[in-house]
Design a binder for this molecule. Structure first.
Ligand code: SD4
Length: 334
């Protein structure tokens, strides 16, 4: 169900007024406001997609709880999942493409709207840190394929042989059984594992990261939403941050994470913004069979939310008050 237009304007006016002031001044405005709509949530805070987010958040918390920067927290968190060889959708344990290549996508964005990204990167253990290096050391935003690999090697990153033997065995089995290359999406409630992480540090600054091996058995050369700034991840420090999981093609068509942030700019809460972005995706796709997508978001005040097309999506939350999984609300049941 769509959020009512009246609610939109109510939030819009409050949001617009607050967006123009510094975080320190925002607190006074919020407290003096007669509207109980927006509250300052405890910070620091980190949220990450899916259950593996719990472990990732621990690494983020190591940084955040010591007063460290959100950008360092989200990089460290992503590295945890990238190193998990049991994870079939992120990092070195990821599933290969149709031709047996594990090609990795990742991006990172900080509070100054600086960002770095790598896509179609093979044989490197930590794509998120390569993305960070692109952001910190080059004048570019995105490196892909062979060039990204060359850059990673020059920067001293470790090489890794992929796919792992057990992953290769599964791929061989799949190849025997599946001849139709263009069949419907296989992303479903069982194989969603991309990690997207967004954090706000003690100074109120936001950053995010996203890393994945993408859609299992995709066509060679396919890149999804995860390394695309604005699709898989977007941060605007004055407004909020969002990241995505799910069928990248659907997320890219609506610039999903950017859409969520822009909806927060219009005054919507993180929860509402995620819902409206999901509704946009639904409105653009006639056949929603198996088309799972989800977003999580944090606004400038540390409030968080998440929403997905189908049930089953959740995200891990860590702040001073809680360390838990949060079930995202959803549009429909599988
Ligand atoms: C992609 N969005 O490559 C990624 C896949 C994903 O959970 O999120 N899976 O399309």
């Amino acid at each position: 169900m769509s959020i009512k237009r009246r609610t939109f304007f109510k939030w819009g006016l409050t949001g617009a007024a607050i967006a123009l002031v510094k975080p320190s001044e925002a607190k006074d405005i919020l407290e003096s406001s007669s509207k109980p709509l927006m509250k300052l949530a405890p910070r620091p805070i980190v949220i990450s997609t899916w259950k593996h987010g719990l472990e990732a958040n621990k690494a983020a918390w190591e940084v955040l709880s010591k007063g460290g920067k959100a950008i360092d927290a989200v990089e460290q968190a992503a590295r945890v999942t990238e190193s998990d060889i049991t994870n079939r959708s992120v990092g070195i344990g990821g599933n290969p493409d149709r031709d047996g290549h594990v090609t990795l996508d990742a991006c990172i964005m900080d509070e100054n709207s600086k960002c770095g990204s790598v896509a179609f990167l093979e044989g490197i253990d930590h794509p998120i840190s390569v993305a960070r290096r692109v952001m910190d050391k080059t004048q570019h935003v995105m490196l892909v394929g062979e060039g990204a690999y060359q850059f990673a090697i020059e920067q001293g990153f470790g090489k890794i042989k992929t796919p792992l033997p057990e992953v290769k065995a599964d791929w061989k089995k799949w190849k025997k059984e599946n001849k139709d290359l263009f069949k419907k999406p296989e992303i479903n409630h069982e194989n969603h594992d991309t990690i997207g992480i967004i954090a706000m540090d003690v100074n109120g600054n936001l950053s995010g990261s996203c890393t994945t091996s993408g859609w299992a058995y995709k066509l060679h050369g396919r890149v999804g939403d995860s390394p695309i700034i604005g699709a898989g991840l977007f941060v605007d420090n004055e407004i909020g941050a969002a990241c995505a999981t799910g069928l990248g093609e659907a997320i890219m068509r609506v610039c999903g994470s950017h859409t969520v942030v822009e909806l927060m700019r219009q005054g919507h809460s993180p929860q509402e913004a995620c819902q409206l972005a999901v509704e946009r995706i639904i409105s653009k796709n006639k056949d929603m069979t198996g088309l799972q997508c989800g977003f999580i978001a944090i606004d400038k005040f540390g409030n968080h939310g998440g929403y997905s097309v189908f049930n089953g999506f959740n995200y891990a939350l860590k702040n001073n008050e809680a360390e838990k999984m949060v079930d995202a609300t959803f549009d429909r049941k599988w």
